[in-house]
Design a protein around this ligand. Structure first.
Ligand SMILES: Cc1cc2nc3c(=O)[nH]c(=O)nc-3n(C[C@H](O)[C@H](O)[C@H](O)COP(=O)(O)OP(=O)(O)OC[C@H]3O[C@@H](n4cnc5c(N)ncnc54)[C@H](O)[C@@H]3O)c2cc1C
Length: 389
């Protein structure tokens, strides 16, 4: 395996994590990304201890500690009264798993991964390369790009996200399913908020069929907002669209004054609406000399906050499979065997929780969220750098 070359499609979280793990293992890696630049996109992500362990395995512990915010004590609040329903205990992850639970800005995580890849190989990431087709035979796999280039390599990883072209090219068309929920996302300048709005900064406000989450990022400079509501259908062009703050305000108009005041601080050009989609598990991710990772392989709704986490774990395990394997087929088999069942479990957990979390009775929502958080912890005890591969 050491002398093989691999083409990675997509410089997102999965693609960069895999590229870094494969480069560290001595593989020849080229990552092709459709975007013209790697910009400041996204908002907050939860880096649960299992994601922390994946970043440790990638050699990024110091970067994680520098970019991560540790959730302080949190609360669940009632949507109408703003009353505290439950106090969330301080995260015990360091004692239990050796790594804290962190919140990070997706852009910071993305930059850390890209910098680490470029430190090993400054030319590893090529931008402005949109995959359009894949062909393969017994000797090689060819990736064809919108700009006319065609790249041949020994094997290929499709890590091009939920609307994956690689997946379609390898397995045929298969549209993601709308989950019935949309998420509004935005960032608020926390330094301008009254102190009582941040006491504590981690809060989930629970209302009939809706959840409004807020937590600090970048050492408390920013407050990350995720507001989830039901929708019968997703009719917008694209799956993440800029949306007026007034639409979010109208959706949460019956929430308490503090929640509404925080939502009103989201900048006019900084409010985004995401249709939440997922896919049924695939029987296999591997087709000949190619496989999939991240959302391309196993897109899941964000109710357990494990999408980017699973993408990081995939990357680490794929790197270890490449180092352990005799040949490409052996590598892809080891990778999929180590990862498939776990990602199906995370997907099923997320799907099963969705409807319970969005009950019309806040009391039921609190019970469901408490049970969901306990179940989610069963995923934390996983070290991608050590699991059998
Ligand atoms: C509201 C919301 C909240 C979330 N919260 C969390 C959370 O708290 N924790 C968590 O772990 N996850 C969370 N997620 C999920 C997380 O954002 C994704 O699951 C994760 O980023 C998946 O990584 P990926 O690399 O597979 O895909 P992406 O990060 O989407 O990367 C795919 C890359 O491929 C590129 N690309 C696409 N098409 C092509 C092409 N044809 N050719 C070349 N390149 C291409 C894209 O430009 C992109 O750079 C959340 C999602 C939502 C919607």
């Amino acid at each position: 395996m050491r002398d093989t070359t691999v083409t990675v499609i997509g410089a997102g979280i999965a693609g960069l994590a895999a590229a870094l793990a494969l480069l560290r293992g001595g593989q020849g890696v080229r990552v092709f990304e459709s975007a013209r630049e790697l910009g400041e996109v996204g908002a907050g992500l939860s880096i649960t201890p299992n994601a922390g362990q994946a970043l440790v395995a990638l050699g990024l512990r110091a970067e994680l500690d520098a970019m991560g915010s540790r959730p302080p004590l949190g609360v669940m609040r009632h949507y109408a009264s703003g009353k505290v329903l439950v106090r969330l205990e301080q995260d015990q992850s360091v004692a239990q798993y050796g790594v804290p639970l962190y919140h990070v800005h997706r852009a910071d995580l993305h930059r850390a991964l890209a910098d680490a890849v470029r430190t090993i190989d400054p030319a590893a990431i090529e931008l402005n390369h949109e995959l359009v087709a894949i062909e393969q035979d017994s000797r090689a796999v060819q990736a064809q790009f919108h700009n006319g280039r065609s790249i041949s390599s020994d094997w290929l990883l499709g890590a091009d996200g939920i609307r994956s072209v690689a997946r379609r090219a390898l397995f045929g068309p298969d549209e993601p399913t709308f989950t019935g929920y949309v998420a509004f996302r935005g960032l608020v300048d926390a330094t301008e908020l009254p102190a009582e709005y941040l006491d504590p900064p981690l809060a989930m406000t629970i209302g009939p069929g809706r959840l409004l989450m807020r937590y600090p990022l970048r050492r408390g400079q920013l407050l990350n907002i995720v507001a989830i509501a039901r929708r019968a259908a997703w009719t917008e062009e694209g799956w993440s669209v800029a949306t007026p703050v007034s639409e979010l305000a109208a959706e949460f108009a019956d929430f308490d004054p503090q929640s509404r005041a925080i939502l009103s601080r989201i900048p006019a050009d900084g409010c985004f609406k995401w249709g939440l989609f997922d896919r049924d598990p695939m029987p296999t991710w591997t087709c000949g000399r190619a496989t999939l990772a991240g959302d391309a392989a196993h897109a899941m709704p964000p109710f357990t906050g494990q999408g980017a986490v699973m993408a990081l774990e995939d990357g680490v395990v794929l790197g270890r499979a490449a180092s352990a394997a005799q040949d490409i087929a052996d590598c892809l088999r080891r990778y999929e065997q180590a990862r498939h069942a776990r990602t199906v479990r995370a997907l099923e957990m997320s799907r099963a929780r969705a409807h319970l979390y969005f009950d019309d009775d806040p009391g039921e929502q609190v019970r469901a969220l408490g049970a969901g958080m306990r179940e989610l912890r069963s995923l934390y005890d996983y070290d991608a750098g050590r699991v059998p591969v």
